[in-house]
Design a binder for this molecule. Structure first.
Ligand code: HEM
Length: 439
């Protein structure tokens, strides 16, 4: 029914569309602002490329889950697929047979059943994190979290040795590459994707190709380590800004595990931790716009048409604030995921309302179970081991982080730099951790 229009959205200019209205950084803030104005589904255009933005739980599930056969492709992403990853990174490759093979292989190694095999590694790396924070409070907290996340990815994905704090970090060269990859995933983040007709010219430029050759390497890890580390940074920001929400979780930890560190065997008895993890990921999804999908056919949705070739964004930031599912969405409230008696509320049938930060459809995060487990053991262990206090300024007053300040990293968005003091909750914390290892 070609007469139907695209979902309405901000007015743009002829030819350029909304290109000049879209900021070059923190795109999610602009798209969230437009969501307030245009509702659960709207569209805009980047130099003729239609982009449909889904901002409601229902609209995103209808289009990306229930129509997943038509919406699980990725946009062309010329810079990433052709130059940087040479068609080898299955997270961004089109939905073709190579993607299916890679996805199947990754699923075999990361699915919900197999993910439990990584739990001993996750417990060990989290103990190392707690020890590191205790012994080296002078180091930036990001360094500690980074060591843990890189070490986990290094061991789980590549089967290598643990990375030590301050020792050689074999994952270090990936950092700059992640940034280049994540920036090029977003519309407007790559010149050749905004103006694809220039591709033949660019592909002939020796100078540009040389730069790309230097940055081509490392694939699956790009999706794993930075996302989990970012989520843990937001957890700490939430604890500094909303310390009252830690009390219920600590009370439950104290009654269930007492003086020993929590382990995965305590999972079912600690629903407060599960709720805390879900709320962190809802409140501050590490990739606030998910990753772009692409429509492989024309799709009629209600009164609108999503034309074949449209880029589709699940605006996870706004979806997690959909008032029909998450009232007072800006508030940090882990209890929203618990019944009045304190048990986890199961998501409505055929939805994954309690874990939307992992995206949708056939491209849903393949590492979701591993990531949820890493988050769970880290959040439980840090809440058990430490009280969190803001750092002090030169005048001796505490400096709270700005919860609305962000650092753009393309598809992943970090909280702006912040400091935290970890105050041990037990005088003999190191001994307790060592004793738990011996047990
Ligand atoms: C808190 C941690 C994590 C978050 C929030 C997260 C989030 C996401 C999101 C939003 C997507 C895009 C889904 C879509 O297109 O709709 C994605 C894709 C992906 N994630 Fe994760 N992720 C996390 C951890 C991990 C881990 C630990 C791994 C691997 C061990 C992983 C591997 C991948 C891969 C390979 C894809 C691409 C899948 C495809 O295109 O078929 N992620 N993730």
């Amino acid at each position: 029914q070609p007469s139907r229009p695209l979902p309405p959205g901000p007015r743009g200019l002829p030819i350029l569309g909304n290109l000049l209205q879209v900021p070059s950084s923190l795109l999610f803030l602009k798209l969230a602002e437009w969501a307030k104005e245009y509702g659960p589904i709207y569209s805009y255009s980047m130099a003729g490329q239609p982009i449909v933005v889904l901002n409601g739980v229902k609209e995103a599930s209808d289009i990306l889950d229930r129509c997943s056969a038509l919406t699980s492709d990725r946009p062309r992403l010329i810079k990433l697929n052709q130059y940087l990853c040479r068609g080898l990174d299955f997270g961004i490759m089109p939905r073709n047979n190579t993607w299916r093979k890679h996805r199947r292989a990754a699923h075999e190694g990361l699915n919900i059943r197999v993910s439990k095999d990584y739990r001993p590694i996750q417990e060990e790396e989290t103990r190392l994190l707690v020890e590191g924070l205790l012994l080296h409070p002078e180091l930036d907290v990001v360094k500690h979290l980074h060591r843990q996340s890189s070490s986990l990815a290094w061991r789980e994905i590549f089967g290598r040795e643990s990375i030590s704090l301050g020792g050689p970090d074999p994952s270090a060269p990936m950092e700059e590459i992640f940034r280049v990859l994540f920036l090029a995933m977003m519309p407007g983040g790559s010149f050749v994707d905004t103006f694809p007709f220039l591709n033949p010219l660019i592909s002939r430029s020796k100078w540009i190709r040389q730069f790309y050759d230097e940055t081509t390497t490392f694939f699956v890890n790009a999706f794993s380590e930075p996302q989990t580390e970012t989520a843990l940074r937001y957890f700490l920001v939430a604890m500094l800004l909303h310390p009252e929400t830690a009390s219920a979780a600590r009370a439950q930890l104290d009654s269930v595990v007492g003086g020993r560190p929590p382990t995965f065997l305590d999972y079912d008895q600690l629903p407060q931790i599960e709720a805390m993890v879900k709320e962190v990921l809802r409140w501050r999804p590490p990739a606030p716009l998910g990753l772009p999908h692409c429509a492989t056919e024309d799709i009629v949705y209600g009164d609108y048409l999503i034309p074949k070739g449209s880029i589709i964004f699940s605006n996870l930031w706004s979806i997690g604030r959909d008032p029909s599912v998450y009232p007072s969405g800006d508030a940090f409230k882990p209890s929203r995921f618990l019944t009045p008696s304190g048990s986890p509320i199961p998501p409505t049938a055929n939805t994954h309302e309690d874990a939307l930060a992992f995206g949708y459809g056939r491209r849903i995060c393949v590492g979701k179970s591993v990531a949820m487990d890493t988050m769970w053991i880290t959040v439980a262990s840090l809440l058990w081991a430490f009280d969190f206090r803001p750092v002090m300024n030169e005048q001796g007053s505490e400096m709270l982080p700005d919860g609305e300040a962000f650092w753009d990293n393309g598809a992943t968005v970090w909280p702006a730099k912040f400091g935290v003091r970890f105050i041990p909750r037990f005088e003999d914390l190191t001994e307790r951790i060592k004793a738990s290892v011996l047990e």
